[in-house]
Design a protein around this ligand. Structure first.
Ligand code: PMV
Length: 348
């Protein structure tokens, strides 16, 4: 419980977004966000969210400000976002034994709606900041579990560097943990933004439809071998082995989405153009591979020394609006007073 003598109690956390090499697609339990399968990702250095949570007895409702815009509870879309934050904070308030409302102020280092998963960084930062502001002593596993309930992939933004999120049938057993620190390998994700249009079907809708695809069971059956190969490629810093796996994996995920009922088609014309370019560039000697999340933008995966050439090649393509070069990043951290003391500190 926050100390009433020091109310309002506040904390600020920063969390990275992440790119999955083996994707989360489909839930055993949609409400609890318990995934069907393990997934593996890398935290992104240039795409992060910084969130300050201030619990204040004077507030009658939770308030939400993102990138300088105060969300208006009278507007339907804003009210949905505020309700999702309130629902998330309620579980932490329950643990702390308080009903105090909070002001949540969030700033993204990248524009929302660019196909970079802002919900992963947002719910990781919100969970870590809120737990600290409430004085809850949660370890990294507990914080990852809490973040997962807000947005599945947020579980992977809590630990450091390269991360595996474990599927499980029970809430407290599905969490993410680091498989290698950010310093392990200078692997880059150059995100090519080809569209800023809002997705017709968000990831939540996609997860709910996944099992309706006739290819879904086949994908799940192949995943244990895929997960082992991706983890081994990361351990060995073998970019060609990793690249081969992640391209096949991204195409399998999209094959499931495209064959769901109703079908979900995330690609634009520019997406498919770019996939062909990546293959041509590789045939010409540029060591770069692609992956895709639930959207039209393309993530180009390469080692750090190749990233400037990849960004330069993208700059020549008229349909690529911009690109964002990411290296591996640490996980969610409290910043400000106590800077550097992350939830993973005890494992370091
Ligand atoms: O965490 P969500 O519900 O936004 O789902 C993320 C889904 C993918 O980005 C397509 C895959 C992944 O594992 O990040």
């Amino acid at each position: 419980m926050p100390n009433p003598a020091t109310s309002p109690s506040t904390a600020t956390a920063r969390a990275p977004s992440n790119i999955a090499f083996v994707k989360y697609w489909g839930n055993l339990d949609d409400a609890a966000r318990l995934p069907f399968n393990d997934s593996i990702s890398m935290n992104l250095s240039a795409a992060h969210t910084t969130t300050t949570v201030t619990f204040d007895t004077a507030l009658r409702t939770d308030t939400l400000t993102i990138d300088g815009r105060a969300y208006n509870p009278q507007h339907a879309a804003d009210a949905v976002a505020i309700a999702r934050v309130t629902h998330h904070l309620d579980s932490l308030r329950g643990l702390a034994g308080t009903t105090d409302r909070a002001a949540v102020v969030s700033v993204n280092s990248f524009p929302m709606g660019t196909g970079i998963a802002s919900s992963a960084s947002a719910f990781a930062a919100l969970s870590v900041a809120a737990a600290a502001a409430l004085g809850l002593a949660l370890d990294e596993r507990a914080l990852s579990t809490v973040a997962r309930r807000g947005s599945g992939s947020a579980a992977r933004s809590v630990p450091d560097g390269f991360v595996r999120w474990y599927a499980a049938a029970t809430d407290h057993d599905s969490f993410a943990a680091s498989i290698a620190p950010a310093t392990h390998w200078d692997l880059h994700d150059v995100v090519a933004i080809v569209s800023r249009a809002h997705k017709a079907v968000g990831s939540g809708g996609g997860h709910a439809l996944a099992a309706s695809s006739p290819l879904f069971a086949e994908r799940i059956a192949r995943l244990p071998a895929r997960l082992a190969a991706v983890e081994a490629a990361i351990a060995a810093r073998d970019v060609a082995a990793l690249g081969e796996q992640i391209e096949a994996e991204a195409l399998e995920l999209h094959a499931v989405a495209m064959t769901s009922r109703p079908a979900v088609l995330y690609w634009d014309g520019a997406t498919i153009e770019l996939l062909h370019h990546v293959r041509r560039w590789r045939a010409d000697g540029l060591a770069v591979w692609f992956t895709l999340d639930a959207g039209p933008n393309v993530h180009l995966i390469c080692e750090g020394h190749v990233a400037p050439a990849v960004a330069a090649a993208l700059a020549h393509l008229p349909y690529v609006e911009s690109s964002l070069d990411n290296s591996p990043a640490a996980g969610a951290r409290i910043i400000g007073p106590g800077e550097g003391r992350g939830p993973g500190a005890e494992h370091a």
